[in-house]
Write a protein that binds this ligand. Structure first.
Ligand code: KG4
Ligand code: ZN
Length: 350
């Protein structure tokens, strides 16, 4: 049994959690969304200061809720990449200090690995190989997961990430920030077939399409054009447009993910990232995947968006493989998932 305390401060949620193997003992999330709402998006400097205020109370609460003291903690996991550098630094400095004071190993975690392992928290027997559809505010990727640290990129976006497309489209529709949940809500009372929108396919030179690539910028432009046209005619039905956008995105993600899993003989699909909370995507991908004999796992809603429990869960995987980070570890705004093994002193793979 491994008990890991984790800290997540990569964007606008301060998270501290304690996980024992795959069981959540506590999961504290202090969201800054209301603070950033006024600006229509995340302001990095505001985020760093807010993490600094929230981190100690979150730590206290996490230990209290889990009813544990430091003796029972095996290691300290912390998100170090990718994210806002100032925000990440608050988490890493806290984690290093705790690691030194309590003499615990430090585990630097790639944020996207956290999203990949979020489903482990509700699926006690889930193991690789599987295909992960990672859909967040910064990423849209299809990743073959064949073991912890064994990741192959099979597809991704050529421009906007899907969460970014939700956020920008919501702004065009006057639905506010964050856009994903706002579109999801508006779409519930809209007609998903009211408008036909581009499917975001990426053309291959010489003809045809790249099967597992996505492009969301054309979709956003099409919505922008439609909004102007319908507004000038006084016919803008926001809910119908939100529902049509959501339907188009969910269909394009589901079709390509299922085709990819079948082609690469990956029997299970695991979805991670904030957009995994989308109701239409959950319904469509589950239906399509199961119709093809695939298993489809979405994390519980609360574990789709940023949280420290998923970081602790990834931490458990590395701790059990003796993959410990040096105390000289630093943060970075970017690092590909396939380079995540660079965060550890030893890179033993199982
Ligand atoms: O994973 P996440 O919390 O942060 C990043 O790592 O980026 O994802 C945030 C993204 C935002 O773009 C947000 O609009 C989107 O996830 N999102 C949703 C939903 N809930 C959050 N998108 C669609 N439908 C939702 N229900
Ligand atoms: Zn995230």
């Amino acid at each position: 049994m491994s008990t890991i305390l984790a800290i997540e401060t990569s964007c606008d949620e301060t998270g501290v959690a304690i996980v024992k193997n795959r069981q959540i003992l506590s999961n504290i999330v202090a969201s800054q969304i209301d603070l950033h709402k006024t600006y229509g998006g995340v302001v990095p400097e505001v985020a760093s200061r807010q993490h600094l205020e929230a981190i100690n109370p979150c730590l206290e609460q996490a230990l209290q809720q889990a009813q544990l003291d430091w003796d029972s903690i095996d290691g300290i996991a912390v998100t170090v990449v990718p994210g806002l550098v100032g925000a990440l630094l608050v988490g890493l400095t806290t984690a290093k200090t705790l690691a030194i004071i309590h003499n615990k190993p430090l585990l630097g975690i790639h944020h996207l690995e956290g999203h990949i392992y979020a489903s482990y928290l509700s699926e006690p027997t889930l193991e690789p190989p599987f295909l992960c559809l990672l859909v967040s505010g910064g990423h849209t990727s299809l990743i073959a997961v064949r073991g912890c640290g064994d990741y192959t990129m099979l597809g991704g976006t050529r421009d906007d990430a899907v969460g970014e497309a939700f956020d920008k489209t919501a702004r065009l529709l006057g639905l506010g920030y964050p856009g994903g949940p706002a579109i999801d809500r508006a779409a519930q009372s809209g007609n998903p077939h009211a408008y036909s929108l581009p499917k975001g396919k990426v053309s291959r030179p010489g003809g045809g399409y790249y099967p597992y690539e996505f492009s969301f910028s054309g979709l956003k432009t099409a919505v922008s054009r439609l909004v102007k046209e319908l507004e000038s005619e006084g016919k803008l039905a926001v809910n119908d447009l939100a529902a049509s956008f959501q339907e188009t995105v969910a269909r394009s993600l589901s079709d390509r993910t299922v085709a990819c899993a079948l082609e690469y003989h990956l029997p299970t699909i695991v979805v991670g990232g904030g957009v995994a909370a989308n109701r239409t995507l959950r319904e469509k991908l589950t239906q399509k995947g199961e119709a093809q004999g695939l298993q489809v796992h979405f994390p519980p809603m609360k574990l789709c968006t940023d949280n420290a429990a998923m970081i602790a869960c990834a931490g458990v995987q590395h701790y059990q493989r003796d993959q410990i980070s040096p105390l000289t570890l630093s943060v970075a705004s970017r690092l590909s998932l396939t380079e995540a093994s660079n965060l550890y002193l030893s890179t033993v793979q199982c």
